[in-house]
Design a protein around this ligand. Sequence first.
Ligand SMILES: [Zn+2]
Ligand SMILES: [Zn+2]
Length: 467
Amino acid sequence: MASQRANRGYVVGSPEDEIKILEDMSPTSKVQHHNKQILTEMRTQNFDVIRFATYRTACKLRFIQKKTSLSVVDIWNIIEAFRENGLNTLEPESELNSSRVESVLNSIYVHLNKRLPLSQQVDSHQCVQMLLNWLVGAFDSVGRGKIKVFSLKVALSHMCAGKLVDKLRYVFTQISDSSGCLIRSRFIDYLKDLLALPTAVFEGPSFGYNDTACRSCFDNRTQINVNDFLNALMADPGPQCLMWLPILNKMAHVENVFHPVQCEGCHRESFMGFRYKCQRCYNYQLCQDCFWRGRTSGNHGNDHEMKEYTTYKSPAKQIGHALKKSLKCVPKSNAHVPQFPNTPEKKLDLSYIINLPFEEILELLKPPTPVPVRNGYHESSIVTSQSPDVLSIDSGNSPQSPSKLTESLNSMCIDDEHRLIARYAARLAADTKDAVSTIMMLTFISLTKFGSRDSNSTFNQDFIRHL
Ligand SMILES: [Zn+2]
Ligand SMILES: [Zn+2]
């Protein structure tokens, strides 16, 4: 039993242990007091009874996220705050004192309140103090009152809201060289700082940094580009030391998912969050609170295999989905990691545009003559793409369909318009004094040139009548 617990990373420290760790982490009494406040509140949530280290860690970090309102600050706002406070010009190893960290945090919350409606404003002073003290507790183990620039970047970019892929892409820019290759020593620094986050909520025994952590992410390849990095860290399952990370990111979305089914553990009629279904007992479902805490009922046991659900589909939709799946119409549900250029993208050089003569700038700004397009295909491709394959993609527009006929008529109309323009131009040549007609013709030509096909408009009707 003990080994089973150890395998699951089930380590629950006593309150005395935690106070001891707290004292070790932050010797400054003021910091210790504030840090203790948020961690004491976390303790009242009773997360320690959660059986699984990954969910327990994610729950605790989610609590800190929400308590400090980082849950409503997007990764892009965090990156902007780094830039605004000049962190991009500092070496990663340089240290910031508490007041400098405080001003970075302050700018994050001041900007957040500018974006939020009055009714949802956050107490920026309280958020800054809570977060500052938690960060000092996590990264200033010797109590020097300083945090490394890199540690602050890692902590805030992972504790804020936003997509995991965006967070990891940002991190990669901080730990790769100019040719887009991972610097291994920087990756180790990153892992140390990232794993300081679980350690700061007393999950160090399960997810603290050790020498095997780096090896569990990458093999001995010499060159690791951004796609290798994303594929390794976002794999399912990913490296053992980072298993809490995707769950933490998923939690923000899943906690708003409503399941209108009864939980067999607590007998609630409906619940939010993750849902678990037993693969052995018929239609036996549990809410996340019951499953994570090991609550069972009837013949169901904790050793039964459970399947996790992050969405809810009504039975009717499930049948439809199963049918589509059997017809192979459903794409694979595996999360697809997007691909990015392996080498860093070059910065846009717009200087040459400024140096151009004014006439050339005007030329650049002119809208291009549009190539006639139908249903996303260019005219030329329509002529040559009458194969059944292409038509089956666009099944609503078979040659006999009304919309296709309308298009053919429109096309004839355009040809007629061109003939009319030619006739009208010939007439104008004979009577160049007709200034009004000249303006009308030029307007009409420009409308035609820039793609207006609205031959039913009042202007066009009047124009045609005038001929
Ligand atoms: Zn329940
Ligand atoms: Zn069961």
